[in-house]
Design a protein around this ligand. Structure first.
Ligand code: FNR
Length: 385
């Protein structure tokens, strides 16, 4: 583990030192002007908590249930593409850290390690995230592969029918494996520990796709396949189609509007994730914490409501729970740990969030995360206006 690490921000700084620029930038960026990316964190920070004293908070518990799974705290690892470029075999390392900690891991469609790689390497079931692509036979095949690998939940991401642009990725010429431009070569040469780890990794391209789709054998054909395949025609009828074919829990991610939340309930979701993709899609969209209370109110107890985008501390998790989230997902917070120190770094990111959540809950006068509600908030900042 590099230097003393006190908080997620320290892991971010360590990640920046260890990983080539194009992959660090891929994580630490939002789409276009990055206004929604920054609003997610800023709006969470504006919320004020009520400090309570004189309550016995000795025996505390963060345990709860997410999608029928007992979890050590209401936090799951969000699906993130290219995690295996932050660190060689990154998805396997993150899945191991999550399972040892007692929280769920979600494997992205756009992962480097494949579903089968991860299933072979970790003892317990994990979740699989699906992007709906034009090639529906491939989607069915992916769902079957996830079911065969023992995945208990399918996370369908709905907020990427077309891709928002991250300017840094364009400037850096992001590709996997990295394009051998002079800049990239120089940058990789300055990150020897990363380069050495990647040289020994199982894979350096999209493991769920290459070799499973006819005509996609190398990266140049893959790039055009991804561009052509992300499906702008996806509607709720497709979600109903998926629901009929998936027997496990169905989690719909990328809901930011109450109407869509209600539609998701009708389509058969077990869980909805209030998410704007970490500010990587619709720039100018509201922050997720602003959207959360009305969505939670609209759907009531009909489905579980989860929250992501902007969580960097345990305080953020507590605020989301107070505003109606049964669970949360973290993306960058664990990716920084992964990039900085592999499995130990992901474990550290989870330890940090759990400790912050535990102490903050205690200082609000609560001993059980299940009992936390809006009464722990002194003010909602933006949401009060
Ligand atoms: C993502 N996200 C994402 N979501 C998804 O459904 N499939 C994916 O492949 C990816 N890839 C991805 C890569 C990177 C680098 C990031 C940062 C995010 C979105 C992710 O699941 C989650 O919604 C956000 O990361 C949550 O925001 P925070 O926690 O990163 O602020």
């Amino acid at each position: 583990m590099p230097d003393p690490i006190a908080c997620i921000e320290d892991l971010r700084a360590a990640a920046r030192r260890r990983v080539p620029r194009m992959f660090y930038d891929y994580v630490d960026s939002g789409s276009y002007t990055e206004s929604t990316y920054h609003a997610n964190e800023a709006d969470l920070r504006q919320i004020r908590l009520r400090q309570r004293v004189g309550v016995n908070i000795d025996a505390r518990s963060l345990e709860t249930v997410m999608a029928g799974r007992k979890v050590a705290m209401p936090v799951a690892l969000a699906p993130t593409g290219l995690a295996g470029m932050m660190r060689g075999d990154g998805e396997i390392l993150a899945a191991r850290a999550a399972q040892r900690f007692g929280v769920p891991f979600t494997l992205s469609t756009m992962s480097i390690c494949s579903i089968e790689d991860v299933a072979r390497s970790v003892p317990s079931p994990f979740w699989f995230q699906l992007y709906v692509m034009r090639d529906r036979a491939f989607i069915e095949q992916l769902m079957q592969r996830a079911a065969s690998a023992g995945c208990t939940a399918l996370v369908v991401t709905m907020d990427l029918p077309v891709g928002g642009q991250r300017h840094k990725d364009v400037r850096n010429g992001l590709s996997t494996p990295p394009r051998m431009t002079l800049n990239n070569l120089l940058n990789m040469a300055s990150k020897p520990a990363w380069t050495w780890g990647m040289a020994r990794a199982k894979r350096r391209h999209f493991g769920n796709i290459v070799g499973h789709v006819k005509g996609v054998d190398d990266m140049s054909s893959l790039a055009s396949w991804v561009r052509d395949q992300f499906d702008p025609t996806v509607t709720w009828a497709d979600i109903e189609w998926i629901r009929k074919r998936w027997n496990g829990k169905l989690i719909l991610k990328g809901i930011l509007d109450t109407h869509d939340a209600l539609r998701a309930v009708d389509a058969g979701a077990d869980v909805i994730v209030v998410s704007n993709h970490g500010g990587r899609q619709l720039d100018g969209a509201v922050s997720t914490i602003e959207a959360l209370p009305s969505i939670a109110e609209a759907v009531g107890e009909r489905v579980e409501v989860w929250f992501d985008s902007g969580i960097r501390t345990g305080q953020d998790v507590l605020k989301a729970v107070a505003l109606g989230a049964r669970g949360t997902m973290i993306g960058r917070a664990f990716l920084y740990g992964l990039a900085a120190a592999g499995e130990a770094g992901v474990r550290r990111s989870l330890e940090i969030i759990a400790a912050e959540l535990d102490t903050t809950m205690a200082l609000c006068g609560y001993a059980d995360i299940g009992a936390v509600g809006p009464e722990i908030l002194a003010s909602r900042g933006f949401a009060q206006s």
